[in-house]
Design a protein around this ligand. Structure first.
Ligand SMILES: Cc1cc2nc3c(=O)[nH]c(=O)nc-3n(C[C@H](O)[C@H](O)[C@H](O)COP(=O)(O)O)c2cc1C
Length: 196
């Protein structure tokens, strides 16, 4: 293993920003596919992989989505070249025998324990949402993650059978004019890190 180059660290972390506007450059289905091809390799508990991704194209699908966004998030979500709705699969455990073949009985443990199942879905889908944002950046695109939307309305619109619960909406594209808000301060090292 070797450290990422300074340019890669800049693109992924130190220089990457949350985009609030996008230019007209399209985002292709191939780029969106490559984003998931990267993100899917990052780790989850018991390899549970509860995140589900819905890419919403411009047009009718986008109109259905935008009406569930908070007012301040509507314009940028309507104009982004691509948008992903990230959701947690509440029945992720049905895949356990396939994704954890050395311990298939864990499926039944999750089936019999609602708190464990929903906590695992929520925590690990949220982790995967973070990986997804970094994968967008690795593909050379800017992400605009948003938690400001009516999740119940979004679920009824796109996931009416109740199985998936939306957790984050992510605009994806090339940054446009005035895409960034001023960079906000990060906590100081000593406010976060301690040693034992
Ligand atoms: C989970 C999550 C939810 C967010 N929700 C919203 C939102 O609803 N609307 C919005 O404009 N920005 C939202 N943001 C963007 C954050 O405010 C932004 O990423 C943060 O201030 C860092 O900005 P920077 O990457 O430009 O430094 C959200 C970010 C995350 C990770």
């Amino acid at each position: 293993m070797s450290p990422l180059s300074p340019d890669a660290r800049h693109a992924m972390f130190t220089g990457a920003r949350t985009a609030n506007t996008f230019d007209d450059t399209p985002v292709t289905d191939a780029e969106l596919t490559r984003i998931w091809e990267l993100a899917r390799w990052a780790p989850t508990a018991a390899n549970s992989q509860p995140l589900r991704v819905l890419f919403v194209r411009a047009g009718e699908g986008r109109e259905r989505l935008v009406k569930h966004m908070d007012e301040g998030n509507r314009a940028k979500t309507g104009s982004a070249p691509a948008v992903a709705v990230l959701a947690a699969d509440t029945r992720f455990h049905e895949h356990i025998p396939a994704v954890l073949p050395y311990k298939p009985q864990l499926k039944d443990t999750f089936a019999g324990n609602d708190a464990l199942r929903s906590g695992t879905a929520s925590f690990n889908a949220t982790l995967q949402a973070g990986y997804f944002i970094l994968a967008v950046r690795a593909e050379g695109l800017a992400a605009g993650p948003m938690g400001g939307f009516d999740a119940a309305g979004m679920d009824a619109e796109f996931f009416p059978d109740g199985r998936f619960h939306s957790i984050l909406v992510v605009n994806i594209g090339h940054p446009g004019k005035d895409a960034w808000r001023p960079r906000l301060p990060r906590l100081a090292h000593d406010d976060v890190v301690s040693w034992a």
